[in-house]
Design a protein around this ligand. Structure first.
Ligand code: AVJ
Length: 321
């Protein structure tokens, strides 16, 4: 009897729970500089749009990183030998890790991503492609402490965090994130992380404001996602995509700019915007290599080898736990 009461009560708890879970969204919208965390860019449509971004002529990071991974070949295999457990954070479509799986032939692979369905499909494809590989999907928000499968071996773990996603976090948060990564590692643990390096503005800005408008659609899509999550009434047509390099912070900033004065409402709240006011949706920090290596050291790592492209636009950094 008690049990059936519990079951009946479950759906009623769903609303207040998700309401509490998205308190950060409502809080962010009410700040003087309104903001939405970039993690909300990645609903199913956002993941697809991001994939399109990675194929744009203007978006150099993905292709440059892929070339570094491909070209580093044997030298990288040598530096990374002995890692039996490969863990990718923000694995997405699991495309990038293929080259590492072929090169390192680890026993275990764990893909971690906030977008669960997208990830599970990708890990399923990997399992088919690499028979004998123990491939698993862990749906988790990597901005929070991540719980890995309890039976996953601790020794010989290699954390793979490509794509320069660490650049999404403010330096203090990035450091905290690196510290948490360090905490996931044991004996013979390592980190292989991609970072986007500073470069001239005329290369940086178009990468975040492409001619086709894919990045604009990606940025605007966050509003639909937020509407679903908190029941707000954002209308994409009221907002314009804005991306620029902030020199003082060495970061690309993405914003959505109100095209007219308007009020956005959601259950229990509202925010008024004047024309031209923005919602800050993403930062993408461009770290110089020495600064990033210093952060690694602060987080408890020993920086190891660095692989980069001929133009020094992007770097893959290996560090020992
Ligand atoms: C996935 C965070 C690495 O910052 O370059 C691409 C996201 N935003 N275009 C980046 C992004 C706009 C991307 N990261």
């Amino acid at each position: 009897m008690l049990r059936s009461i519990d079951t009946a009560a479950a759906p009623a708890r769903t609303l207040p729970t998700s309401y509490a879970a998205h308190a950060d969204l409502r809080h962010g919208l009410l700040q003087p500089q309104a903001r939405i965390s970039p993690k909300y860019l990645y609903d199913a449509r956002g993941c697809e749009l991001f994939e399109q971004i990675t194929r744009l002529p203007e978006y150099y990071p993905t292709r440059t990183e892929a070339a570094i991974l491909a070209d580093a070949g044997p030298a990288m295999a040598q530096a990374l030998r002995g890692h039996e457990v490969l863990i990718e954070l923000g694995a997405g479509n699991c495309e990038k890790v293929r080259v590492l799986l072929r090169r390192l032939r680890p026993r275990h692979f764990v893909g971690v991503d906030i977008a669960g369905d997208f990830l599970r499909q990708a890990v399923h494809r990997l399992a088919e492609e690499f028979p004998g590989l123990d491939a698993r999907a862990v749906q988790a928000d990597i901005t929070q402490p991540v719980r890995l499968p309890p039976d996953l071996p601790l020794a010989g773990r290699l954390l793979f965090y490509p794509g320069s996603s660490i650049g999404n976090f403010d330096p203090a948060d990035a450091l905290a994130m690196l510290e948490r990564m360090h905490g996931l590692l044991g004996p013979r643990g390592g980190l292989l992380i991609g970072i986007d390096l500073p470069k001239p503005l005329h290369w940086l800005e178009p990468a975040y404001d492409d001619a086709e408008g894919v990045t604009a659609r990606f940025n605007l899509n966050v509003l639909r996602h937020v509407n679903r999550l908190i029941g707000s009434d954002f209308d994409e047509d009221d907002w314009a995509h804005l991306a620029f390099f902030n020199k003082d912070h060495s970061r690309i900033e993405m914003h959505l700019r109100a095209r007219r004065a308007l009020t956005v409402t959601w259950p229990g709240g509202a925010r008024r915007f004047v024309a031209g006011q923005t919602i800050h949706t993403e930062n993408s920090y461009k770290y110089a290599l020495p600064r990033f290596q210093h952060m690694l050291t602060e987080a408890g790592f020993t920086p190891g080898e660095v692989w980069t492209d001929p133009q020094h636009w992007f770097a893959m950094v290996h560090a020992h736990a």
